[in-house]
Design a protein around this ligand. Structure first.
Ligand SMILES: C=CC1=C(C)c2cc3[nH]c(cc4nc(cc5[nH]c(cc1n2)c(C)c5CCC(=O)O)C(CCC(=O)O)=C4C)c(C)c3C=C
Ligand SMILES: [Fe+2]
Length: 422
């Protein structure tokens, strides 16, 4: 099976057993339109004008794809990367406690379930009225501060203890952490924004937005065949993610059913870091120098020791200059599980671009989101190593940080977090 990034651009190719179902396939690439023209997969504007009639237009596979729900895990962890994403953290309002939080999670869960099914209200927002679910996923998590706010300290997992400081951190506290966290992903920008508004409205007087970040990835179908994603530095990013087909995947990424605390069974811990890319500096490097920073080729993501993207790097190989071909401080060398006592995480990021910062440089980078059963043995172990000498460090800046406990998927009739809150 392909990894989650490689699936990202191939959503139409994904079978139900691989985690995506299609609720309805009303139309696909090559469908014959009402006016007799062959429509493209997305039925472009020119095609629509030429075929305009009263006949109902077909949703493309992109629009009609519905994420799988009802499983052991919440949606939004194992899916292909989404084209659009919103990350939003809330703090409970003053005076709101466990009762208000439970009611809020009940409202949010019902709204998320409805929207992920593709049911869009024609009420005040109506932003996604014409679209199908477009692979929408909504994922909920709890931050460290949630437990003291709700009197649930005894239920707080040790794994939520604050991350240690790292020497390269330049964190903005106002854009970090939060009582509650929501990750929204969809392959259509309006579907994603509609979900964001609906969930913000649901918060009512119970919770206030602490921070929000907006991200993107490549759209499904933008490349000729499914490929691993690229980030804004132009690198193929996601190649060596753990794969669901690997025997230790579940153990590394998810809390087991016998896990502690019991309410986190089937859950995972999300580390969220807004990492600014210093693109003006990065783009001054030659491609050769950029490749040495990562240890992989820019064009195809293959290791510098040769082969293809999936070839195992030869870490000890020495070049004609007597130096190791993959430099000792190359990012992809020192972040490997075998260099970090087996530490592994599932990286599922979004890129972001928020215009030009006050210093005149692009406010752009990676909304780095990684999933693991234990952040101490995942993110923290690797970031400690990167902090001591990653060649990439000179070109990035960690600007915000969050750690969230993401419980397992709700059972039938349950809301997310019910096992914690009831
Ligand atoms: C602490 C964890 C990590 C942070 C923070 C991080 C930031 C970061 N990474 C890239 C680009 C690439 N990373 C790649 C591999 C890679 N990165 C991490 C961890 C962190 N990255 C891991 C665990 C790995 C996999 C190592 C392995 O097992 O081989 C790669 C290579 C391709 C790939 O495997 O994905 C790239 C490219 C950026 C740009 C960035 C911050 C902005
Ligand atoms: Fe990385």
């Amino acid at each position: 099976m392909q990894d989650t990034n490689q699936l990202a651009e191939g959503a139409p190719e994904v079978s139900e057993s691989e985690g995506i179902s299609r609720r309805r396939l009303l139309g696909t690439a090559g469908a014959v339109g009402a006016g007799g023209l062959v429509l493209g997969a997305a039925g472009g504007a020119a095609g629509y004008a030429a075929t305009a009639s009263d006949a109902p237009a077909a949703l493309s596979t992109l629009g009609s794809t519905e994420a799988v729900r009802g499983g052991e895990h919440q949606p939004g962890i194992l899916e292909p990367l989404h084209a659009r994403g919103h990350l939003i953290a809330f703090d409970l309002a003053p005076g709101a406690g466990r009762k208000e939080a439970a009611a809020l999670l009940r409202r949010w869960s019902a709204t998320a379930e409805r929207l992920m099914r593709g049911e869009v209200s024609d009420g005040a927002t109506a932003i996604a009225l014409d679209a199908g679910p477009s692979s929408l996923t909504v994922t909920f998590g709890f931050g460290h501060s949630f437990f003291s706010r709700t009197g649930l300290e005894k239920q707080r997992p040790g794994a939520l203890d604050p991350l240690p400081p790292f020497s390269s951190d330049q964190l903005d506290r106002k854009r970090s952490e939060g009582d509650l966290w929501i990750q929204i992903g969809a392959d259509d920008a309006l579907v994603a924004f509609n979900a964001l508004r609906a969930l913000q409205n649901d918060a009512g007087s119970a919770a206030r937005v602490r921070w929000q970040m907006n991200g993107f990835n490549r759209s499904p179908g933008a490349t000729a065949h499914p490929m691993t994603a690229r980030n804004l530095m132009g690198q193929v990013d996601g190649t060596n993610n753990p794969k669901p087909s690997e025997s230790d995947f579940d153990r590394r990424i998810f809390v087991p059913s016998s896990g502690d605390p019991a309410w986190m069974a089937g859950g995972s811990y999300a580390v969220v870091r807004r990492i600014r890319m210093l693109l003006d500096d990065w783009e001054k490097l030659s491609v050769d120098a950029q490749e040495k920073v990562i240890g992989r080729r820019k064009a195809d993501g293959a290791p510098l020791t040769g082969g293809t993207e999936t070839t195992e790097p030869e870490l000890d190989k020495v070049g004609a200059d007597g130096k190791v071909v993959i430099p000792a401080d190359a990012h992809a060398r020192i972040s490997r599980p075998d260099q970090n006592g087996g530490a592994a995480m599932l990286r599922r990021p979004f890129s972001y671009h928020d215009g030009i910062a006050a210093d005149g440089t692009p406010d752009a980078g990676l909304l780095f989101i990684c999933w693991q059963a234990d952040p101490l043995r995942g993110f923290t172990a690797v970031q400690r190593k990167l902090d001591r000498g990653d060649a990439l460090s000179s070109f990035i800046r960690h600007e915000s940080s969050g750690l969230f406990a993401v419980p397992g998927g709700p059972g039938k009739g349950e809301y997310v977090g019910q096992r914690l809150l009831d």
